[in-house]
Design a binder for this molecule. Structure first.
Ligand SMILES: NC(=O)c1ccc[n+]([C@@H]2O[C@H](COP(=O)([O-])OP(=O)(O)OC[C@H]3O[C@@H](n4cnc5c(N)ncnc54)[C@H](OP(=O)(O)O)[C@@H]3O)[C@@H](O)[C@H]2O)c1
Length: 308
């Protein structure tokens, strides 16, 4: 029986363990501080502590319990030759579409302004603008970004997408890495669905915001480290950004005394944009466990060179 270890924090790991044991009661899944942890051949991770992966000499597979694997690459002790896998789920894509769509419509149909007017009992009817006149850019055209961009385009928004490599997507104007500035120029809304890598950290900065239309909107569903927070606050203050919807933060949970909770024109959500169910996560990990035993190629592997 392959021993598995849970590495990291949050209650997600415990829920994944329960869902896996419900399907395979005989599995040996221990926490990092329990007996037998150092014998583990498989590590299931959500924010593993630095040094924890390197302490597993028998490791054969590292599995994120989420779509993102950046947290695994933050552990400098990660043995480089061990495959890293992540979760890819169609329902996850739909959840992200719903979240981004809600954010886009909130601003597109001026609910931000109407809520502010309501607080002052002001009857004011914001002008309606056709979706085709609204330029939305999606950063990252992977499992999630591609679906989001397609759905926005199908609703008539003038949609652009940016990825590392050139992509051809029907109804979407796409831009490769080197054409970031052209992608950003004149956007009304910017949606970040990038993975966190050394190339993408800090990408939501003053330099980026300054290329957008004055009064643009930011929706960040990637990672907190994509954002330069002082630049965001300055852009909201100057009106360069009319609003921002943030689902991800450098420190999660966002501390109670964090000024983001009270920053005008900023909407904070607690990293809920989208997640796969614990059942799906358990099934995908078990599927990969079977493939590991059979010596066949693991599903949903992350490219360690690219970090996503
Ligand atoms: N807030 C939430 O609830 C939530 C939930 C799930 C995921 N997420 C975040 O969303 C991220 C994306 O997930 P995914 O499954 O769509 O990832 P994915 O399938 O790995 O796709 C990543 C996309 O980003 C592009 N990219 C990577 N590095 C880039 C760079 N330096 N410049 C330009 N484009 C770059 C890739 O370009 P290529 O196509 O050229 O490779 C690809 O299109 C995750 O990593 C995670 O951080 C958040």
């Amino acid at each position: 029986m392959t021993p598995l270890v849970l590495l990291g924090s949050g209650n997600g790991l415990g829920r994944v363990r329960e869902a896996m044991l419900a399907r395979r009661p005989g599995l040996s899944i221990v926490r990092a501080d329990e007996d037998g942890a150092c014998q583990a051949q498989v590590a299931l991770c959500w924010n593993p502590l630095p040094g924890s992966l390197g302490a597993l000499p028998k490791l054969q597979m590292i599995h994120s319990i989420a779509a993102g694997a950046d947290q695994i690459f933050k552990d400098p002790s990660r043995p480089p030759g061990i495959p890293v896998c992540r979760i890819v789920d169609p329902d996850h894509r739909l959840g992200m579409v719903e979240y981004v769509l809600w954010g886009v419509l909130h601003y597109h149909r001026s609910f931000d302004q109407m809520l502010a007017r309501q607080a002052q009992a002001i009857w004011d009817r914001p002008a309606q603008r056709p979706a085709r006149d609204v330029r939305i850019g999606v950063m990252g055209l992977g499992e999630l970004g591609r679906e989001v961009a397609h759905r926005l385009a199908s609703l008539g928004f003038s949609t652009r997408g940016w990825a590392r490599r050139a992509q051809a997507l029907e109804g979407i104007e796409t831009f490769e890495y080197a054409r970031l500035d052209v992608f950003l120029d004149g956007l009304d809304m910017l949606v970040c669905l990038l993975p966190l890598t050394p190339q993408t950290a800090g990408i939501l900065s003053e330099k980026t915001f300054s290329r957008l239309n004055h009064g643009a909107v930011l929706i960040n569903c990637g990672r907190g480290e994509h954002l330069v927070r002082d630049d965001l606050v300055a852009a909201l203050r100057s009106g360069q950004l009319r609003g921002a919807l943030l689902d991800v933060f450098e420190a999660e949970p966002l501390p109670q005394d964090d000024s983001f909770w009270r920053t005008p024109y900023l909407i904070v959500t607690p990293h809920i944009a989208s997640s796969a169910s614990y059942e799906v996560i358990a099934e995908q990990i078990l599927h990969n466990l079977d493939r590991l035993h059979a010596g066949t190629e693991l599903a949903n592997q992350v490219n360690p060179e690219h970090g996503y």
